[in-house]
Design a protein around this ligand. Structure first.
Ligand SMILES: C[S@@+](CC[C@H](N)C(=O)[O-])C[C@H]1O[C@@H](n2cnc3c(N)ncnc32)[C@H](O)[C@@H]1O
Length: 277
């Protein structure tokens, strides 16, 4: 498969997005290792990447995804919109009960620290593979004055030996990145036990691929080919990538032993919320 864009806009955008979907699948199946560059062209396909002459390149017209003023960012949405969509967890937080929360793939701890700042009765444990992110998270928790209730640990969240019991176990924009999403979901299920709640937040994809698809999916495809698909293929990983569709999450959840997956009625331009039980 070869798509040479040469810095010009695609005359037929529908063809381009079809090719990108094929390309993505080819990469996922490890069939097309010769692909060397995908450009996200913010000027609607008119600029060429600096000095780069990739053997294969795809310049996708898209726009940077940033929330509009009135839309909650990832940081604010967690307490304003996402926890309220989990009435059992929210009521415990409101009642002042001790609430134990785990976040797998917590990155720099944005959600964990936001929750701890808002709810003094919340204890949050964040797990992430990346020690640099965990270092940033630990400093940020101390700076925010919540270091006594927020603990961050460098840990592979797919490790079946992780122990603990939590009221809420969440994974925010990480499942599509991991080589072993079923292992991650297995850990989440175990940490939540019989009574805990499991929340997965991931990209707001459509149920199926359509042509020419929407701007958000174009952005996901570009990002996936540049980063997420590759990281999810590490060490023989399953290779999900950014365009993680609801059916994929349902399949992984079933393989991890969950019986139900509900998509919560929460609006967000970039994310869908899944409650697994
Ligand atoms: C896109 S970032 C999201 C970070 C954070 N949840 C947020 O929303 O800002 C994905 C994170 O998952 C982490 N990650 C990937 N695989 C992991 C694994 N097996 N165990 C724990 N963390 C992992 C990465 O290091 C990265 O910090």
């Amino acid at each position: 498969m070869l798509l040479e864009a040469g810095g010009r806009a695609h005359a037929d955008f529908e063809d381009a997005i079809r090719v990108l979907d094929d390309l993505h699948e080819g990469l996922r199946r490890r069939e097309d290792p010769a692909v060397v560059a995908v450009g996200i062209d913010l000027d609607r396909g008119r600029r060429k990447a600096d000095g780069a002459t990739p053997k294969r390149a795809l310049y996708l017209p898209t726009r940077p995804v940033s929330p509009k003023k009135e839309e909650p960012t990832k940081g604010t949405a967690v307490t304003q919109n996402w926890l309220p969509a989990l009435p059992d967890v929210q009521s415990k937080l409101d009642a002042g009960d001790r609430v134990r929360i785990a976040e797998v793939g917590c990155g720099e701890g944005l959600a964990a620290i936001t929750i701890a700042r808002r709810y003094p009765n919340a204890e949050v444990h964040g797990y992430d593979l990346d020690d640099a992110s965990i270092g940033v998270a630990q400093r940020a928790a101390a700076d925010a004055g919540v270091g006594d209730r927020v603990r961050f640990e460098v840990r592979d969240a797919a490790d079946p030996t992780i122990e603990g019991g939590y009221d809420l176990v969440m994974a925010i924009e990480m499942l599509h990145d991991v080589p072993d999403p079923v292992g991650i979901l297995g850990t989440m299920r175990k940490l939540a036990g019989r009574d805990g709640t499991v929340l997965v937040v991931d990209e707001r994809t459509e149920d199926t691929f359509t042509v020419p698809t929407n701007e958000m999916e174009r952005f996901f495809y570009s990002f996936s080919t540049l980063h997420c698909l590759a990281v999810s293929m590490q060490n023989g990983g399953i290779g999900t990538g950014t365009v993680i569709r609801p059916d994929t999450i349902r399949r992984y959840a079933a393989e991890a032993g969950f019986s139900t997956v509900d998509v919560l009625d929460v609006e967000h331009p970039q994310f869908l919320l899944y409650r697994l039980a």
